[in-house]
Ligand binder design. Structure first.
Ligand SMILES: [Zn+2]
Length: 111
């Protein structure tokens, strides 16, 4: 990993983004890789991050003092959504591999 840069989530892609722009991210998805995603996942991704941006702006504007519990619940929901979308994007670029040794075992028993 290059210092000050965040790599693309696609392991086959060598693009990076400035860490200053995405301070909390371990990976980002670049535009060419984003276009490789299925349309439904692209829509989910766009919708989620548009809502996340609105929520971040709202968090800076409103007083949360009296509603900390509700706010924390909302943050948990957003975090779970983010985790699910990121897991789906990761699964698209890193398909689940067969367990090690299954091919050798099948050859061994003649299948
Ligand atoms: Zn990429």
């Amino acid at each position: 990993m290059i210092a000050g840069r965040v790599p693309c989530t696609n392991p086959a892609c060598r693009r990076t983004a400035p860490k200053a722009r995405f301070p909390e991210a371990d990976t980002v998805i670049c535009r060419p890789c984003f276009r490789l995603l299925p349309a439904s996942l692209q829509r989910r991704h766009k919708t989620f991050f548009a809502r996340d941006r609105k929520l971040s702006k709202l968090a800076n504007r409103i007083q949360i003092d009296g509603r900390v519990e509700q706010w924390n619940r909302l943050v948990d929901i957003v975090q779970r959504s983010s985790d699910r979308i990121n897991a789906d994007v990761d699964a698209f670029f890193r398909p689940v591999e067969k367990p090690a040794g299954i091919d050798a075992f099948l050859e061994e028993i003649g299948l």
